[in-house]
Design a protein around this ligand. Structure first.
Ligand code: KIV
Length: 287
């Protein structure tokens, strides 16, 4: 039986659905979400995969990078997302130093996120992280790989720099991607790599690639929701397309509220409660 794109997206989306989408030539759509309303809206918009990314540290907690994000912060935001009961697959990020330290830490911390309701975990790194990835998979926890400009390595890279620009770098990334596929990852995020590298790795893998700044040849695309809706600050990366200016909308709404309050235009009588109407007198029985 062949599966149509519609039937792929109508029922609960699982890691299996995501894997099958590559063969069905249906592009995977993913955004980040960090709380109940954004998870609800993303799910209602029909995304396939909601990523509770550690980017939450930068876009909702105001950190300079993703490095300070803790497992408790991830778990807190994950629980809020899950209260929206998304149909989309919910993947939670393993934050910095929750998995690099040992395979045991990687399994224990992935387990903490799974026990709270995550349906898979994502972790950054290639072959060097294979012992961790294999241990997590051995505990039957699905893993989404993440290669390229992996933000937890920002200091090692010397900044947010596109990776794999030369032949050696591109080959290393392809070889990492193949190793992640062989280990059993259900998909791989490719971040900040030239579109040719995105194309090459996508062609080399049976599992889907989900790109962010990795060109149009990937099997799917993911964006940080706050970038997509214009609710992030500072200069946007080249690959970000802003589909809304939510920052302007929110600022204008709050500013209009401020003006109405100052001018005594808010609240109106209709927006105010009246005192309870006086009780009609009850006549004594028989009178
Ligand atoms: O943390 C995150 O949001 C991510 C995506 C940008 C892929 O890892």
């Amino acid at each position: 039986m062949t599966t149509s794109p519609d039937s792929l997206t109508r029922s609960k989306i699982t890691v299996r659905t995501i894997r099958e989408m590559k063969g069905q030539h249906v592009r995977i759509v993913s955004v980040t979400a960090y709380d109940y309303p954004t998870a609800r809206l993303a799910d209602e918009a029909g995304v396939d995969l909601i990523l509770v990314g550690d980017s939450l540290g930068m876009v909702v907690l105001g950190y300079e990078s993703t490095i300070p994000v803790t497992l408790s912060e991830m778990a807190h935001h994950l629980k809020a997302v899950l209260r929206a009961q998304p149909r989309a697959l919910v993947v939670a990020d393993l934050p910095f130093l929750s998995f690099q330290t040992s395979p045991e830490d990687a399994v224990r911390n992935s387990g903490r996120l799974m026990k709270r309701g995550a349906e898979a975990v994502k972790l950054e790194g290639g072959k060097r992280m294979l012992p961790q990835i294999e241990a997590i998979l051995a505990a039957d926890i699905p893993v989404l790989g993440h290669l390229g400009l992996t933000p937890q390595s920002v200091h090692q890279f010397g900044g947010y720099r596109v990776q794999g620009r030369d032949r050696a770098g591109a080959d290393a990334l392809r070889s990492d991607a193949i190793a992640l596929e062989r280990a059993g990852c259900f998909a791989v995020v490719l971040e900040g790599v030239p579109l040719e590298v995105g194309r090459e790795i996508t062609a080399a893998l049976k599992i889907p690639t989900i790109g962010i700044g990795a060109g149009m040849h990937c099997d799917g695309q993911v964006l940080v929701l706050h970038d997509l809706i214009g609710l992030s600050f500072g200069k946007a990366a080249r690959f970000v397309r802003r589909y809304a200016e939510a920052g302007d909308t929110i600022r204008n709404a709050i500013s209009a509220f401020r003006e109405d309050v100052r001018a005594g235009r808010y609240p109106s009588e209709e927006e105010s409660y009246a005192a309870a109407p006086e009780r009609p007198e009850t006549k004594p029985c028989g009178s």
